[in-house]
Design a protein around this ligand. Structure first.
Ligand code: 3H9
Length: 689
């Protein structure tokens, strides 16, 4: 290799055996921001002009190939050169350009690779167009080049689905040309030399034909729309992606590119994409926590889970999925055996569906031990997660026992969803080692993990909880101690508002429908019926018809499990509005002299969700959540808050805080409105930055 020289501050240029190597080094993920585009342009011009170079390899230093356009540049004026200008240079090169891919070639990064004449990748590389999850579409040729390379049907799955694929599949589909075993760069150079030696043509994806004609493409799009109707509801990007892909089959390449750009610009400025980009950064910001500099997470190798109920077995699976040996213990009868059976069945089902290999299923099951002796389970564990019944007395008793047998330094975690962690920690001799790990049900599916710091939890233990969350594939959000922590506390006013509103005129199904239209998979009454009215705070012994819930429970209308609650259910558990429940509600309202009126969807949304915004602001001002974006990401990942609204705080900023405060003043009274919310509204401020 001749001497390496700098092209710009973040790029180098060298020639090895007749091949120019252009290396970009822009940590952390080589996002294609302005400086990177400038570096690519300069490097390409130099390589094209260099008489010693007969081919060009584009390559990235650090952990990954280009992970996409720089998302933080969206919404700001575009600085030239744009990506398409860089890609024009690549395609116009008279020397073959090879993309050498490692890590993740995502979004604009994959589009850059597609603009190259050839692509090689390491076997561990992943490629994808995840723009849809940011409410965007690939805006640098992705919707035009992918259909030309792999056909319309596969392009739909890749671009609307947004899930990256591995190198092996990319090779099989024709997205890449070779998998390099061993060192990537020498492999890419060798490949470029072979292309030149064989006199292979400069393959420009833009010149390939799309596999389907216009009519067949439209039919394929219709089929796709019909099959994925539910998944696409509420989102703006998928519909526009379909239009862009249609353009690939109906327009020339350049016309298609122009159409794609127009659609991209429409999306970049859309509320949906702004909200989804907010959540992208919210997820990453949640990991930034105020602990002493240099504090490192403790080592966790072995885990004990106490309690083999639904929550305990779910939590055990989360750890098994991530490769941790787990001891699941339950003192009651054969509870641990039954928990283990559920775990075996879940992994078996996953293997049957092809989601994991049978060997992987066996490996995970092999990491599980069960028993009924607390000491056996706990004594070897670095982390003990308690997941027993939600009672302070029971939790304190079990923490005393655990504390006595756990090794020194072991972390004791509670999965409590409401109780005061400090009271639990106080019964142990190691309150600094006690933390809350609040998983959301089903624990093996839901992405949110609230890491609850007690008054005395040490920084090292907090750091461990947060880094563990990441290793478990969860979104870890740090919460202080309060009733319900972040997500449950912030959502509680929605339930209370629904119970009050139903007495004022709207039926349960009207209220739920407004929530469904807003974007929640379930409204509050659908949720009550699913969970069971008898288990959400019904005091059976003292029930005296004081609330609608008490009356329904006394009637045996406990929800889905009894074929009746707020709704009536048929044998297939299909819900229908219930005349019986509605009569109970109206009689109740008449007795309490509640004035009746009609509410439209927008009014229902205000009544139910403005109080949620208010509670979110309180959680921030009390320091329970570190920042408003933590509330948003917690609700999006823990409660299915529709991501295209960005979560309650982002949504509130869009509506305008003064309007929300005015409405809350009238609705719940000025004394109940969060002072932070009121101050920001007065100052023209925002909850999210
Ligand atoms: C696009 O390409 C549009 C084009 O079609 C058209 C354009 C015209 N930009 O996730 P991590 C930051 S849209 C800016 O913790 P990991 C991230 O915020 C883009 N910043 O690491 C974080 O910063 P900080 C399509 C980005 O190893 C740091 O990098 N591409 C970007 O767990 C580390 O991130 C995507 O949607 C970016 N594109 O995962 C890919 N990406 O340290 C988005 C990351 O200050 N990225 N950052 O908190 C990812 O999926 C993951 O970051 C990745 C690495 C898998 C790459």
């Amino acid at each position: 290799m001749n001497e390496m020289s700098r092209v710009t501050a973040i790029s180098t240029y060298a020639v090895a055996d007749g091949i120019a190597i252009l290396t970009i080094d822009s940590p952390p993920v080589n996002a294609l921001g302005h400086a990177v585009r400038v570096a690519l342009e300069a490097g390409l011009r130099r390589a094209v002009a260099d008489a010693d170079a007969h081919g060009i390899v584009i390559h990235c230093a650090g952990r990954t190939f280009f992970a996409g356009a720089d998302i933080s540049e969206f919404g700001k004026p575009l600085q030239q050169p744009d990506l398409n200008a860089v890609f024009d240079l690549i395609e116009a090169s008279t020397k073959p350009v090879v993309a050498a891919i490692h890590g993740t070639a995502l979004g604009g990064g994959m589009e850059l690779a597609l603009a190259c004449h050839y692509r090689v990748a390491t076997s561990s590389a992943k490629l994808g167009l995840p723009e849809v999850s940011l409410g965007l579409l690939p805006g640098a040729g992705g919707t035009q080049r992918v259909p030309r390379l792999v056909g319309i049907e596969k392009a739909l799955t890749l671009i609307v689905g947004g899930r990256p694929i591995g190198a092996t599949k990319a090779l099989a589909d024709g997205l890449i040309d070779r998998i390099v075993e061993g060192d990537l760069l020498p492999g890419a150079i060798l490949y470029a030399q072979q292309l030149i030696a064989r006199g292979e043509p400069l393959r420009r994806v833009r010149d390939l034909a799309v596999d389907l004609d216009a009519t067949a493409t439209r039919e394929a799009l219709e089929r796709f729309r019909a099959t994925h109707k539910r998944d696409l509801q509420g989102f703006k990007a998928p519909g526009l992606i379909l239009q862009a892909i249609e353009a690939a089959a109906t327009l020339t390449f350049d016309e298609g590119l122009a159409r794609e750009w127009a659609l991209f610009e429409e999306l970049v400025d859309s509320q949906e994409s702004i909200a989804q980009r907010h959540l992208f950064f919210a997820e990453r910001t949640a990991g930034k926590i105020p602990i002493e500099r240099g504090v490192q997470p403790l080592t966790v190798e072995r885990v004990a889970v106490i309690g083999a109920g639904t929550m305990g077995t779910g939590i055990a699976m989360v750890f098994l999925n991530a490769g941790y040996p787990v001891f699941l213990v339950d003192k009651a009868g054969d509870a641990a055996e039954r928990g283990a059976a559920r775990i075996h069945k879940t992994f078996g089902d996953l293997a049957d569906k092809g989601r994991i290999s049978p060997e992987e299923g066996m490996r995970r099951v092999g990491l599980l031990r069960i028993g009924s002796s607390l000491e056996d389970a706990v004594s070897g564990a670095d982390l003990v997660v308690e997941a027993i019944f939600e009672s302070m007395a029971l939790k304190q008793a079990i923490f005393k026992e655990i504390d006595a047998v756990a090794k020194a330094g072991a972390i004791l975690a509670s999965n409590t969803s409401f109780l005061d962690l400090d009271e639990i920690a106080a019964v142990t001799a190691r309150p600094d080692q006690v933390i809350g790990l609040h998983f959301f049900a089903p624990a093996n599916i839901m992405r949110l993990l609230e890491v609850v710091r007690g008054a005395r939890t040490s920084d090292a233990v907090i750091a461990t909880g947060m880094s563990l969350g990441r290793r478990l594939g969860k979104v870890a959000v740090l919460s202080g101690v309060c009733d319900g922590f972040i997500a449950n506390r912030v959502m509680k006013p929605r339930m209370e508002a629904a119970e009050a509103l139903v007495l004022e005129g709207p039926t349960p199904s009207e209220i739920d429908r407004a929530m469904n239209r807003y974007g929640f998979a379930m409204g509050p009454f659908q949720m009550f019926d699913l969970v069971g009215l008898d288990v959400i705070g019904w005091d059976r012994d003292n029930s005296a018809g004081r609330t609608v819930q008490e009356v329904l429970c006394e009637m045996g209308r406990w929800g889905q499990k009894k074929n009746g609650g707020y709704y009536d259910y048929d044998e297939q558990r299909r819900a229908a509005p219930s005349p019986v429940a509605e009569q109970v509600i109206r009689e109740f309202a008449a007795r309490a002299n509640v004035p009746q009126q009609a509410f439209d969807d927008a009014q229902i949304v205000e009544r139910l969700l403005y109080p949620v915004v208010n509670e979110g602001a309180k959680v921030v001002e009390e320091g329970i959540a570190l920042r408003a974006s933590d509330v948003d990401i917690a609700l999006a990942t823990g409660y299915g808050w529709p991501v295209w609204t960005g979560g309650p705080m982002c949504w509130a900023d869009r509506i305008g805080l003064p309007r929300i405060v005015d409405s809350l003043d009238a609705m719940i009274g000025p004394d109940s409105v969060s002072p932070l919310l009121r101050r920001l509204a007065a100052e023209g401020g925002r909850l999210t930055s």
